[in-house]
Design a protein around this ligand. Sequence first.
Ligand SMILES: Cc1cc2nc3c(=O)[nH]c(=O)nc-3n(C[C@H](O)[C@H](O)[C@H](O)COP(=O)(O)OP(=O)(O)OC[C@H]3O[C@@H](n4cnc5c(N)ncnc54)[C@H](O)[C@@H]3O)c2cc1C
Length: 387
Amino acid sequence: MVIVGGGAVGSATAYFLATDPDFTGHIVVVERDPTYARASTPLSVGGIRQQFSIRENVEIGLFARAFIGQAPELLAVDGEAPDLGFVEGGYLFLASEENRAILAENHAVQTEAGATIVWLDTDALTERFPWINTDGLAAGTLGERGEGWIDPNTLLQAFKRKARSLGVRYVTGEVTAIDRIGGKVEGVRLADGSRIACGHCVIASGANSGAVARLAGVELAVGPRIRTVYQIDCRTPLKPRLPLTIDTTGVFVRPEGTGYVCGVSPPEDDDPESWAIEVDWRWFEEVVWPSIAHRIPAFEAIKLTGAWAGPYDYHALDQNAVIGRHPEIGNLLMATGFSGHGLQQSPAAGRAIAELITHRAYQTLDLTRFGYERVLAGKPLRERNIV
Ligand SMILES: Cc1cc2nc3c(=O)[nH]c(=O)nc-3n(C[C@H](O)[C@H](O)[C@H](O)COP(=O)(O)OP(=O)(O)OC[C@H]3O[C@@H](n4cnc5c(N)ncnc54)[C@H](O)[C@@H]3O)c2cc1C
């Protein structure tokens, strides 16, 4: 079988297939750029959370946390255990009066699914985080356990290394054609003219997945949207430590080393599909800094120390992943379109694809609602917490 794309999702898929004793085939991962210079995974900020509004996304986040806890053991090779650098710093979602009811509904879904999220009214917010300005706030929710951030590239390399140690073959090359006869993919063709025959083909091509799907004659609205992450320093220490905080404006800020990283998604009408991976400085001055300085007055005096940009694997239908088998092309599977959640969703997505290939049905989490069927039906599955 062939996996197109060796980022976190493709490599997690390879890993879960290779560890399933019922899987007997050969696994080839085709990756066009083993430096991952333009891939989403190493350019992400590595957040892991359970604060979603769709129950499956909460469950995926719980599995991410459990997997990360076991990763040093599960992904060790020759006794060398990866250190993913998990910082259990929590996520703090803030809501205005207008959005308080949505926050409460989301909180109920999360708690029912087993996530450890606490509800904080404004007094509790001030008591817990004396550095916060509660002006315009009605409440917040905080992940007390299980949420935080990891080093994304370490997770990718650990999946890859482990998969290789289990016999997975990584081939450097760009898939430029997919041979399909009727409802079956027969193989993929690479830019160098070579061809790899396959029993299954998995599209895990990140922000390029829409283009790869089209090679198989499949419409999928997944393409690159550029996001900028700004790095700042602040001389006033925040005590206790800042969780990954998401303000009512949608701006996020979290600690990174001795400083902080922050950013925001641009407005939809100023967010074109593009592979021009360039820092957009506009949002820092116009949106990000005013927002964090209002919410955390210590950030009125900060120093902008750098920035980087990376492509979101953006699914235009509903900003949620497409995971599963194509209903009419039975051996074509997809795990893509994560729109900003793909790093934390890579363990669950990889496991899900491995279950579908090996057992023809989900064995653990039922991710049917993420299937391509909703794309065909034009029925979005929307989160009410998108960052
Ligand atoms: C700034 C930023 C912040 C983010 N923050 C978070 C976060 O906090 N938490 C979180 O969970 N997620 C976050 N994400 C999203 C996350 O990074 C992605 O959803 C995730 O990395 C997707 O993994 P992937 O393996 O599908 O894609 P990628 O890492 O992009 O890997 C896909 C691979 O496919 C290869 N490929 C594509 N086309 C072909 C082809 N034709 N032939 C061969 N190879 C091909 C590419 O070279 C690439 O290496 C963030 C993303 C960005 C940009």
